[in-house]
Ligand binder design. Structure first.
Ligand SMILES: Cc1ncc(C[n+]2csc(CCOP(=O)(O)OP(=O)(O)O)c2C)c(N)n1
Length: 620
């Protein structure tokens, strides 16, 4: 018998099905997802959790006329599968293949590009207001997880939506998980109402009912009104949302397709902003993921039978080294505290959380709050280490400037995922922080070339420095430690890694490894390269750069950051106007997804491209 999934090429194919077909389809989709993601890697657990939810949305609403906006977008695989991209699943997150997040350029069903959390309700209100201004008729639906709801933007948007009369549906996908267990007061509130019976009658419906009773005097009406409020406060879940101004429908079993279809149809027939509270299980239908949803949140290729990762790289990652070193520093410095924004595991803080729970603050997906909270801790004499991914720190730029740097507070920024990250693509590459942090007065920025340097820099940042300071390091493993980097960190000082006479390669971070490979390749052409690892990209070691330039008269700058605003611009200004300089940085454009190695090649910052360019230059 032909699979049902084989017959699904667009949402219209789903609309023809009955509930039993949809239930069978859910099973097939889960099987297909597990098989497919086990080969490509990706966000498995979140997608397994929204299988019925996605089918019911596409069954009731008419995408792309009705607009479905996925928060973060990591849970949009099923949406992609049923909107004509099933066959592209084998290319998921690979270079030239399908993105792991919604992309407008990929499909008319992808309404809004996402990747960072908590944007969906704001985008949905904008689209809904645009619709009203243009006198169009269609639904706008934001699907947001309980994790994403911890982000400030989501609260700002709910606050705005609640007092607008705009028709808008917010589907809250509550699985009690962010990547790890969700945190905070809102999460507790949702847990409380998860167990309540489903409630479909909104405050407005009750009001209407009371008003329809004939021969009712004002006094009795007021009494009924008060009683109704009182009773509702006691028995109705979701009052918080109702008080803000959104109609609350739920809680709904997010794996019961009939209940989902029913509630979406009800929502379609109501006016104003509505919040539908859907309860799901992360990893649903795949035992291993249900048991360890955090391990299957974002996973590299794995064996579906055992759940074991296929490409288990040997050795620790930068994140792990960071976490270990922080435990070590915390032992000797009782004033050290760490802040994470829902990324305990990703930033390597799992052990720290166990050893020093009272000194670790997981604030939820709230990077802005994390930074200003750190500033507060610093005012009180604590040394806060804010551990964030580079791309998520973008959120907190004003907080870094206004709350930390202007007050010259001693806050340490541990910036993970700096540089290209690979499969997650353009929203997640950490290619801007080098430029945007380097513009901030009082800020110091360091980039380690290996694990020893990372450890030494953390020690320097926590115990020796005073004022805002950042250490930025990449995703994944370091190839090898350098002998030279065991030396002490001195403020603003770089190191001469290897001497040479013909050309100076000025670089930092993991690009130092590329520089060493370039040096080796150049030796075959009798070209002797000198390698400088800057260590500090703010301030620059001008003395070291100038002395090397005086010797070789040829400079190559290799930098894994966008060109504008990063070190190359500054070194160009430092050297004579007619100096022979080659700049090998990332371009000033958004870089897509793919393996890091492939992206290096594609952007010409791999050793072969750089060596070829140098040879061409020197021949001239
Ligand atoms: C601004 C920002 N910070 C952190 C992340 C990393 N991140 C991706 S998904 C996720 C958890 C989201 O939880 P939830 O919204 O409940 O979705 P679920 O995966 O549980 O379905 C986090 C923290 C992000 N994408 N954006």
């Amino acid at each position: 018998m032909k699979n049902i999934l084989d017959q699904v090429n667009s949402p219209d194919d789903i609309k023809k099905m009955n509930v039993d077909n949809l239930k069978d389809l859910s099973k097939e989709i889960r099987k297909y997802l597990i098989e497919s993601v086990s080969k490509t890697g990706g966000h498995l657990a979140s997608n397994l959790g929204v299988t019925e939810l996605t089918l019911a949305l596409h069954y009731v609403f008419n995408s792309p006329v009705d607009k479905i906006i996925w928060d973060v977008g990591h849970q949009s695989y099923i949406h992609k599968i049923i909107t004509g991209r099933k066959d592209k699943m084998s290319t998921l997150r690979q270079f030239g293949g399908m993105s792991g997040f919604p992309k407008r350029e990929e499909s008319e069903h992808d309404i809004f590009n996402t990747g960072h959390s908590s944007t969906s309700i704001s985008a949905a209100i904008g689209i809904a207001r645009g619709r009203d201004l243009r006198k169009q008729q269609h639904e706008v639906i934001a699907v947001i997880g309980d994790g994403a709801l911890t982000g400030g933007m989501a609260f700002e948007a709910l606050n705005d939506a609640g007092r607008s009369n705009t028709k808008l549906i917010v589907v809250l996908n509550d699985n009690e998980m962010s990547i790890s267990h969700n945190v905070g007061g809102m999460s507790q509130y949702l847990s409380k109402i998860r167990t309540e019976p489903a409630y479909y009658t909104t405050k407005k419906d009750i009001e209407k009912l009371v008003n329809q009773i004939p021969f009712i005097g004002d006094e009795l009406r007021n009494l009924l009104h008060k009683t109704k409020e009182g009773i509702k406060q006691m028995i109705v879940p979701g009052m918080l949302f109702e008080e803000i101004g959104l109609k609350y429908l739920g809680p709904i079993d997010g794996h019961n397709i009939e209940a989902l279809i029913d509630v979406f149809k009800r929502a379609k027939n109501q006016d104003g902003p509505i919040l539908i509270h859907v309860c799901t299980k992360k990893g649903k239908g795949y035992k291993l993921a249900e048991e360890k949803p955090d391990a299957f949140h974002g996973i590299s290729p794995f064996d579906p039978k055992t759940g074991k990762k296929r490409d288990c790289k040997k050795g620790p990652t930068y994140s792990k080294i960071f976490g270990n070193k922080l435990c070590n520093l915390a032992k000797n410095n009782k004033n050290l505290a760490v802040i994470t924004a829902a990324m305990i595991d990703g930033t390597g803080l799992t052990d720290f959380a166990q050893k020093y729970p009272e000194r670790l603050f997981d604030v939820g997906i709230a990077e802005q709050h994390a930074v200003t909270m750190a500033a507060g801790l610093a005012v009180e004499g604590i040394v806060p280490v804010v551990a964030l991914y580079s791309s998520f720190l973008q959120r907190a730029y004003d907080q870094v400037i206004h709350d930390v740097a202007m007050q010259n507070l001693h806050v340490v920024f541990a910036i993970d995922r700096a540089g290209l990250v690979g499969d997650d693509g353009e929203t997640h590459h950490g290619v801007f922080d080098a430029a945007f942090l380097s513009q901030i007065p009082n800020m110091t920025v360091m980039v380690p070339a290996d694990y020893i340097e990372l450890e030494n820099m953390l020690d320097y940042a926590v115990n020796k420095h005073n004022g805002p300071i950042a250490v930025r390091y990449p995703r994944g493993n370091c190839e090898e430690n350098f002998m030279t980097s065991s030396s002490q960190i001195n403020y603003g000082k770089g190191v001469l890694v290897q001497e040479g006479n013909d050309i100076s390669i000025i670089t930092n971070g993991r690009m130092t490894h590329i520089a060493l490979k370039v040096k080796k390749l150049l030796q075959k052409y009798n070209i002797s390269a000198e390698i400088i690892n800057l260590r500090f990209i703010k301030p620059l070691d001008e003395e070291l750069i100038l002395s090397s330039y005086d010797k070789t008269k040829n400079v190559v700058i290799i930098d894994e950051a966008i060109k504008d605003g990063s070190i190359s611009n500054k070194i160009q200004l430092l050297l004579p106007a007619d100096a022979n300089i080659r700049i090998e940085t990332l371009p000033n454009k958004f870089i897509s997804h793919g393996s890091v190695e492939k992206l290096f090649e594609d952007n010409f910052i791999d050793e072969i491209s750089i060596t070829n360019n140098i040879i061409k230059d020197l021949k001239k």
